[in-house]
Design a protein around this ligand. Structure first.
Ligand code: BDR
Ligand code: CA
Length: 309
């Protein structure tokens, strides 16, 4: 499998990279970075450090957008730490970012192997929207896209209605959802039901080696934030769940094919992902996306642990 990852590392982005790098059948053709959990300078440095930590320093990292298409950026230091990785010092990488932007790198990867590259997008969708501007045929050139983003039938996480990746660039998300990609949406609808059990977090602490120990240290910060928010020792596994669904679509045990739009003008609801859930939604002229509504969480947590061993 050839995969281009677009991310804003970020602690759960780190787990997604850990998941993918643990699979020998995954060829990471590139990693693009975007503002989101932190500034794009920080997320780019983190992507390079994480690829070194997870044994893939050879994967090219391309710096992407530093701000959303329209609005000013907001960052998430309270959730991911001032350095985006739970304030854990991760050794700097020798590698440096490529001279291409993330959007250019994605377009090049897609053009060089039409129909073969899958995209995992786990940050604000700014780079994908910019890539569509460079190559309008992108939805036909990539094989499929799995997006972590949105909150369709559940509350948001940064506003009562909006999920962080969508709220961080609603215009970009709207462009991407309209573009006609074979697109799977792993939204808060499922990620907030795949929260890490305390026993799983404890088991992770028994693993040896840098891969597991450093990841477990990032998680301490993230778990601290989620535990306060949810009232129990846990954390959400948004981005690695999307990575796992990309590698094995059967992990998504139920899904709906629905058109999804992003609210751009609502007084209180900007960034809300609005799905057409009517039974005759086929009349809608917006291409449908696959909205995951159930996942096999037990299998996911087993595989996530294996990926950190
Ligand atoms: C998403 O927002 C980011 O903070 C996380 O990394 C994840 O991609 C969850 O809403
Ligand atoms: Ca992310």
């Amino acid at each position: 499998m050839r995969i281009f990852v677009d991310c804003d590392p970020g602690i759960d982005d780190a787990l997604a990279l850990a998941y993918l790098t643990a699979h020998s059948d995954v060829e990471l053709v590139g990693v693009g970075t975007v503002f989101g959990n932190n500034s794009v300078d920080v997320t780019t440095g983190n992507a390079l450090r994480l690829l070194r930590l997870y044994g893939r320093p050879d994967v090219p990292v391309s710096r992407g957008a530093g701000r959303p298409l329209v609005q000013p950026p907001t960052l998430a230091e309270s959730v991911h730490g001032a350095n985006g990785l739970g304030d854990i010092d991760v050794p700097e990488a020798d590698a440096v970012p490529t001279t291409e932007s993330a959007a250019e790198a994605l377009v090049r990867a897609a053009r060089s192997a039409p129909g073969e590259v899958d995209v995992l997008a786990v940050g604000p969708l700014t780079n994908l929207a910019l890539a569509l501007g460079l190559e309008p045929e992108l939805p036909r050139l990539v094989r499929r896209v799995v997006v972590m983003g949105g909150a369709v039938r559940v509350p948001g996480n940064v506003t009562p209605w909006a999920e962080a990746n969508t709220a961080n660039d609603p215009e970009a998300a709207e462009v991407v959802f309209a573009a006609g990609f074979d697109l799977t949406l792993v939204a808060l609808d499922v990620t907030m039901r795949a929260t890490a059990p305390a026993a799983w977090l404890d088991e992770l602490k028994t693993l040896e080696g840098d891969r597991a120990c450093t990841t477990s240290s990032f998680l301490d910060f993230y778990v601290g934030w989620y535990s306060k928010a949810l009232g129990e020792r846990t954390c959400a596994m948004h981005d690695p769940l999307a990575a796992a669904v990309l590698l094995d679509p059967a992990l998504a045990t139920e899904a709906l094919e629905v058109p999804v739009r992003v609210e751009l003008h609502g007084t209180h609801t900007r960034g809300l992902t609005v799905a057409d859930l009517r039974s005759n939604a086929a009349d809608d002229d917006r291409p449908a996306v696959r909205l995951v509504t159930e996942v096999d969480t037990e299998a996911f947590f087993t595989r996530m642990m294996d990926a950190l061993r």
